[in-house]
Ligand binder design. Structure first.
Ligand code: SF4
Length: 526
């Protein structure tokens, strides 16, 4: 049989709404197309196994960039145990490799690229692993069109256009190559201009948005980004209401089979996070009816034992915070309804559905947004012994550079301990721009006092984030002020090592003991 569409994915196909390719496959089948999927191709001949598609190849490496998947934050190849629960390795820069394989065997096939790797490399970007600027992956891959962010609407339109042999220009939420620039596009600094000046790179960073038509000259052509389409509650109700089998396919998906997605987007806008430029910084909530219907359906599945694995989204507690009046920073806006009323109502109704034993909330809770009545519900009915939160750091300057300086961790812990006997687990990031050894000590001392660090990560400069712009330029793009950036393997390693020291030693003491004063001063002034 000849498929209409063949998706090539760097991940296993997990037939669940958490898997982007699974949604696209189910949706396009519902629209009457035949869809084949090639999972984690290991060698060139693997991409030949389903033959040539009638319409196009859709190529993506999944929800994580292949370089993040293959390398540690210290740029070391991941060993077996460090592989983020991925069983299979994929090639470095897998998206380019897969495109080259296809181009060699199916020269005239239409290539559509998408997923996180494509979305965050859609324009000129700093590549940490090569430590240099790279051109848009649309140009490097020689693909026909790039889909960024969630791609359902884009894939439907591309399918229609290819079927009708129409041009692929002008599709919202995509990027194409072009010789000329239509009206209504904001010109970004060109690739050549970015190579010349880091100030230009900060200028570009400040213009990046999903809500703008942008264009960038590279060599003799332009990359045109068409602003994102508007997704609605009705749209995502349809996508998440599709009939998934929810069978786990590996260790990475086990324990997520009965996870329920309540909304898309995140209003947090943390500078180290790329969600703003993929899924977007506005909340799109599903209807309560659609979520409850999905839960009722799950209770009828033979392999369901009564527990819902998670009820949430990128952040657990942003359901119902939909507002698209403007493009400003919602999390700091007085107009936004942060009462959590809709979410508390949903949680109540969901846990009272027949056949439900427990509904867990495992997505990260934005603690600085969480009101008392929500926390009470959460710890009483939806948490199993430990609530995980991500304060990321304790130094106010670093938190400001992370754009995560809202709320007070100490106040939250005090309030939480009055409310519950549950434990708190903490996620921290060290060696983020702005963090010198002094801030690393401060974090280390706080972590020791908290005694429950769930994870301490070294900052990884992934493409297109504001923190990565700081990492590459040594400047805060919002103010063009200089920031200290831990660049060397040694300093990053040290910033992590002091966090892992035994609790009975203060990192400051250890630090001064290990390094003579002048070494310390030299390091800081570097
Ligand atoms: S009015 Fe406030 S909450 Fe609404 S979109 Fe604008 S910034 Fe966000």
């Amino acid at each position: 049989m000849q498929y209409d569409i063949i998706f090539i994915s760097g991940e296993k196909l997990f037939d669940h709404s958490l898997c982007g390719i699974a949604i696209l496959k189910k949706l396009m089948e519902k629209r009457g197309y035949s869809v084949g999927v090639i999972e984690e191709p290991k060698k060139e001949s693997d991409v030949l196994k389903l033959g040539k598609p009638r319409l196009f190849f859709g190529i993506g490496t999944g929800c994580i960039d292949s370089m993040v998947r293959n390398y540690t934050p210290l740029n070391k190849k991941r060993t077996e145990i460090e592989r983020l629960k991925f069983v299979q390795t994929i090639p470095d820069r897998a998206l380019l490799v897969y495109c080259n394989w296809i181009k060699r065997h199916f020269k005239d096939s239409v290539l559509v690229i998408g997923g996180v790797e494509a979305s965050l490399r859609r324009l000129t970007h700093y590549d940490y692993w090569d430590n240099k600027l790279r051109r848009s992956i649309l140009l490097e891959s020689r693909a026909d069109i790039l889909v960024y962010g969630c791609g359902e609407k884009q894939i439907e339109e591309i399918t229609k256009r290819v079927r009708e042999k129409k041009d692929l220009k002008g599709i919202a939420g995509t990027c194409v190559r072009s010789r000329e620039v239509p009206d209504g596009f904001t010109m970004l600094p060109s690739y050549e201009e970015l190579l010349k000046s880091k100030n230009n790179f900060c200028d570009m960073q400040n213009l990046l948005s999903n809500d703008e038509n942008l264009c960038q000259k590279t060599d003799k052509s332009f990359v045109l980004q068409y602003k994102s389409p508007v997704y609605t509650t009705e749209d995502i109700d349809e996508y998440y209401g599709l009939d998934f089998t929810r069978k786990a396919v590996d260790d990475r998906t086990r324990g997520f089979e009965f996870s329920i997605v309540t909304h898309r987007g995140c209003i947090g806008n943390c500078n180290f996070c790329s969600l703003r430029l993929t899924m977007g910084s506005k909340i799109i909530s599903r209807s309560e009816e659609s979520i409850l219907k999905e839960i009722k359906h799950i209770t009828t599945l033979p392999h369901f034992s009564g527990n819902i694995d998670d009820l949430g989204g990128p952040s657990a507690n942003m359901y119902g915070m939909d507002c698209s009046v403007c493009n400003k920073d919602c999390i700091k806006c007085q107009n936004l309804d942060k009462s959590h009323k809709k979410l508390i109502e949903l949680m109540k109704k969901a846990r009272n559905i027949h056949g439900i034993k427990k509904i867990f909330v495992r997505s990260g809770v934005r603690y600085d947004l969480a009101p008392k009545d929500y926390l009470k519900e959460l710890v009483k009915f939806h948490v199993s012994g430990k609530l995980k939160i991500a304060p990321e750091h304790v130094n106010m300057r670093v938190l400001q550079l992370m754009n995560k300086d809202m709320g007070s961790l100490d106040d939250f812990i005090k309030e939480f301990n009055e409310l519950s006997k549950c434990d708190l687990g903490f996620y921290f990031i060290t060696a983020h721009p702005g963090s010198t050894m002094k801030e690393a000590h401060e974090l280390a001392d706080a972590v020791k006092k908290l005694r429950n660090a769930e994870s301490v990560q070294i900052f990884t400069p992934t493409p297109m984030t504001i923190s990565t712009c700081m990492y590459y330029t040594g400047m805060n793009p919002r103010t063009y002020e200089k920031v200290h950036v831990p660049l060397t393997y040694r300093e990053k390693k040290e910033q992590k090592r002091v966090l892992l020291l035994p609790t009975n030693k203060t990192s400051q003491g250890i630090w001064q003991g290990i390094w003579k004063r002048q070494e310390y001063t030299k390091y800081i002034r570097r």
